[in-house]
Structures are given as C-alpha cells and as structure tokens.
Design a protein around this ligand. Sequence first.
Ligand SMILES: C[S@@+](CC[C@H](N)C(=O)[O-])C[C@H]1O[C@@H](n2cnc3c(N)ncnc32)[C@H](O)[C@@H]1O
Length: 327
Amino acid sequence: MQALVTQVPTLTGGAWRYLTPITPVHEAMSRHLILQAADSARAAMPVTVDPRDARASHALVIGAGRCREIPLRELLERFDRVTVTDIDPDTLQRGLDETKLTPEERRRVEVIIGDIVGVSEHLVRGIEACFAEGVWTLSACEHLVERMASFIESLEPNPAAMQPPYDLVVASCVLSQLHLASVNRVSRQFSQRFPETVKLDKQPRWRQAVCRLASRMQARFIDLVHDLVSDNGRLYLAATPRVHLIFRAPQGRWKTRETRDMLAHRHLHDFLDDRFVIEAQSQWQWSQPLPADPKKPGDLFDVEAMVLRKSRRESCRVGDFNRAEAF
Ligand SMILES: C[S@@+](CC[C@H](N)C(=O)[O-])C[C@H]1O[C@@H](n2cnc3c(N)ncnc32)[C@H](O)[C@@H]1O
C-alpha cells in the first residue's frame, strides 16, 4: 500500500514489542468475505416470474487496483456485469491483465477511471492556481503553505454520477487511501519548487488541513457507498485503521514500537450509523514484505472487514466528524 503522508504516531517509542511473523491470510480472507457478500446479495435479489422483467445483476468494485484480493472471475460467475473503478489506470490495467479473463468475461467488465469521491481534479487545479499566484521565494514559503492549506480546507468531495443501484458494492482497503494519490501529487509539485530542506508533508499547517480533507472524504465515501448499493444489496467494506512499523528481530521474529492511525475513526464500525446492518465481520493482519535493509521498517496493517446491508428504516447519518488532528 502507498506510504501515508498524514500519519501522526499514536504510540511511539517505549519498549519494543516482539511479534511472531503472521501467516498471510489477507487475500484469502478478503476473497472469502467478498464472495459471502456476493452470495447474500444474489440470494436477496427479487425473483421475477417473467425472466424478461429481470434486470441485469450488477456488482461494483471500488479501488479494484491490482485485484489481488478481489475474486473478479467468481464475481463474473455471479453477476451479469461487474464495474471496476480506480484512480490509477495503470494499476487497474495490470490487475485486469493478471486476472486473465476470457473475452466473454472481459466484455462484461466495465472500467471507470477517476477519483470516486471527486476531489482529485479540483485539488490539483486549485493548488496549481496557488503556485501561479506569485513567484514563491523560500522566504515566502510559509505564506504559500498557508494559501494551499486554506484552499484544501475549502474543498468538499463531489462524487461523479455513477449508475446505481448495484447489487454488490466492494470497497476493500480504499477508505484510508482516498486522498493519497492527489495529495502526494501536490507534494511532488511542491518539492520541484523548493529545495529538499522544505518538505510539504512536514509542515504542521498542511498536515492538519490534509487530515481534515481526508476525514471529509472518508465521511462522504461512506454516504456514497450507502447510496450506490441497492435496497436488497450487500456492501463489502474493509479498511486498515492502523499500521504498525515493524523491523526484523533475532530468531526470525519481528519487533515494533510505533503504531500509526490511518483513519478519522479508531474502528471501521465507528463510521457506521443505523443506515447499515452488519451481517458478518472479521479482522486480521496484513503485512507487506519486509525491506531487506534491517534499519528500514515494513508495514503491518490491522484489517477490519464487514459484510453490510441497508437497514430497512430511514435514519440519520453520522455527523460531520472532524477528528482531523488525531490521525
Ligand atoms: C490498497 S489498494 C486496494 C487493493 C486492491 N483492491 C487489490 O485487490 O489489490 C487501494 C486502491 O484504491 C485506489 N484508490 C485510492 N484512492 C482512490 C480514489 N480516491 N478513487 C478511486 N480509487 C482510489 C488505489 O489506486 C488502489 O488501487
């Protein structure tokens, strides 16, 4: 997963905790729960007496990326159409190529490229406008950071129109990533203008504004997935609320003493309100391969995953939560 720019350590220093390396279960667990959600969605689809009245069944995968944890072929066995979306066209193309679909299966896959919460283009254009406001010398750098931070504080997510309802919506480990592609792009643009000594992601004002934006994007995302799923449909929602920075330790063990929050809430269920009913849930850990250099940390993510359906009653939404400074 991509490195985070907004992380603030929540548990740093102190004694090392020694860990036994985990068994890699992430892909198997994700695929298992996604298919459980798919089978529930299919079982709940209205039965039509005349097959001509039946509408094509449709699944949506948000942030499909490399499709390593997405059982795309099995979804195509269960649904007439599958739409896959991602902000990163190259990664998604690679995921589709690696899945090795038949031409008939590939024809039933629709690809949509873009930011699902509709921030990216506005963010990049707005920041370019900030850059264009003047000749920013090193001494004016603080003022530029303030301009950029004020701009992103004014940004509201504005998702592009999709074609709901979907019988199944899959959003696997995308919640914490929503803002990253665009924010990292802005950081790269900034670093082209200023020397190595001024790092945008080290500026407290910028970090605070990015955290608040990420928080708004996460809240909007939850509303969006609720609205995209059909009344009888199912939502598979998984996220990584925390990452532990791990190092190699003697006797094949791992050690960690730093944990970072990745979401605006401590747990995935804190994002949910009574619009959702939890049908199944699970949690596990997921690690990236450790770097060969023992001084460099690897990532060990806590994963929380749920199969959700919509509650039958109308209800209120979780308010505008801005736990920004806290993650
Ligand atoms: C951790 S990966 C998910 C793993 C992937 N589903 C797989 O099976 O390999 C998160 C994905 O979400 C995508 N993503 C991040 N922000 C996004 C956004 N705002 N809109 C759409 N996709 C986004 C990333 O490009 C990435 O492919």
